[in-house]
Design a protein around this ligand. Structure first.
Ligand SMILES: *Cc1c(COP(=O)(O)O)cnc(C)c1O
Length: 447
């Protein structure tokens, strides 16, 4: 039992189920609810829910009895209910809607591997989940057993990773990696660990939230053979933090696995600073560190869950400084079109001069920081530690500009446009004159 104590809600719905069945994750998987009849046995569906559940071609519905037992059946706005029971709003179309809003498939060198950042990859290992979140960003493949990944796909993924030494971090996701057969998961982890340049492995899983009984001693014994292994769960509302979830997090923690949480900001579910503060404080009590709070993606089916981005900024304003620093997640917008996660936050930097910076804190207290008058500039080019370190060319971004790799980043066609035609002439002949001369401080330019 974990030290923190939380409510266990199983009783009202499924009291006739014997413990040994209830606590068996295979029973939970085999007895998931997915139809009007199933749900009507434990709660009264609204007309909107009934209509959605009867819509052909709807994104897959399947919910573990455990997760259903966390719903208050008398509350049609229950925040857990809304995450897994569809409503008519799900089929609404909206401006900006896409099938693959993060352009993941475009960034896939082989099926299921998304390589968008320099040193890490996202590895989709299955399309199956324990239950299906209505706002799923991967609804295009998730839930569909015909889209899942085969042995050949795994082989191709492993082969790519073996041949790509810059990858030091592999993030297993899906679908949910913990729905794989235990043997298959173990084999995958073993194959990844055989690749010397892979330093860390991460698992992103909502299984502990949907089905905490999956976190068995056999599972944690197996996982801890693959350290350093990190684990992120996905909790959106404090009502999801039950005693069962707390116990499963306790087990993973004791296996030495650092735990994080990724939430999605969802209208009508957790779009409120008070809910978010309770959520993050409860998470750290079960030793889970809030990692990201995501802006809802521009994905089909999620339109009715979207909030303005400013809602996320308001939430961070209400967390930072108001509660423990390590319980404040980074609010990110995952860039439509595939730019990766972009952090967004309130402004604390108010103004500056050549020697002073003006800052404000969470209370509105405004202070000044006097800049150093003598600062020995750190030059990575001459520092013995930094000399041979380089950011990935082409992906170094603004940091590359600061590091002297380039003087500018220009949009496509910028150069042609700004040549303004006319060809070479006497003032243009010397093409180097817009490059730094490399004199003076001995640090800039092309020496
Ligand atoms: C989120 C994500 C990662 C991991 O990003 P971190 O900021 O390192 O957690 C890696 N690859 C893809 C494609 C992702 O979407």
């Amino acid at each position: 039992m974990s030290p923190a104590s939380f409510e266990s809600k199983r009783a009202p719905f499924f009291k006739e189920i014997p413990d040994e069945k209830w606590n068996d994750w295979r029973w939970q998987m085999a007895n998931r609810l997915n139809s009007v009849e199933d749900f009507n046995q434990v709660l009264k569906l609204t007309p909107s829910e009934e209509k959605a559940l009867s819509t052909p071609g709807l994104f897959r519905v399947d919910v573990t009895p455990y997760y259903v037992s966390l719903i208050d059946p008398d509350d049609v706005d229950d925040p857990i209910r809304k995450q897994i029971i569809p409503t008519a709003g799900e089929v609404d179309v909206f401006t900006g809607m896409m099938e693959d809003s993060l352009a993941e498939d475009r960034h896939s060198p082989v099926p299921g591997l998304v390589h968008r950042y320099p040193d890490r990859v996202l590895m989709l290992v299955t399309t199956q989940c324990a239950s299906y979140c209505r706002y799923c960003t991967r609804a295009r493949i998730v839930g569909d057993p015909t889209q899942t990944f085969s042995r050949t796909d795994f082989d191709a993924q492993i082969e790519y990773l073996k041949n790509t030494p810059q990858v030091r971090d592999v993030l297993l996701s899906g679908g949910d990696p913990l729905t794989l057969a235990p043997k298959v998961l173990e084999e995958l982890l073993t194959r990844l660990r055989e690749i010397p340049h892979i330093e860390i492995i991460r698992i992103g899983s909502r299984v502990p939230v949907f089905m905490p009984m999956r976190v068995t001693t056999e599972l944690t014994d197996m996982l801890q053979k693959f350290h350093p292994l990190w684990f992120n769960i996905h909790v959106n509302h404090p009502n999801e933090i039950s005693q069962e979830l707390a116990d499963s997090m306790d087990k993973l923690s004791r296996a030495g696995i650092p735990l994080g949480n990724q939430s999605v900001l969802l209208a009508g579910i957790n779009d409120c600073v008070h809910i978010q503060r309770d959520l993050v404080q409860k998470l750290v009590r079960i030793r889970v560190r809030p990692y990201y709070l995501y802006q809802c993606d521009l994905v089909e089916g999620a339109g009715h869950f979207r909030t303005p981005i400013s809602k996320g900024i308001e939430i961070i304003e209400g967390l930072r400084g108001h509660t423990s620093g390590f319980s404040v997640p980074t609010f990110v917008v995952d860039a439509p079109g595939g730019g990766g996660k972009i952090p967004v936050m309130p402004n604390y930097y108010i103004s500056s001069s050549d020697h002073k910076v003006v800052l404000r804190n969470y209370e509105g207290y405004i202070t000044t920081y006097e800049e150093p008058q003598k600062y020995a500039i750190h030059d990575p080019k001459t520092c013995s530690y930094c000399q041979n370190k380089r950011l990935e060319p082409g992906q170094s971004g603004v940091s590359g500009l600061l590091d002297g790799e380039a003087m500018f980043i220009e949009p496509e066609h910028f150069e042609e446009l700004h040549n303004r035609g006319g060809g070479q002439h006497r003032l243009r002949a010397d093409t180097d004159k817009w490059k730094p001369l490399g004199i003076g401080d001995g640090k800039s330019g092309n020496e």
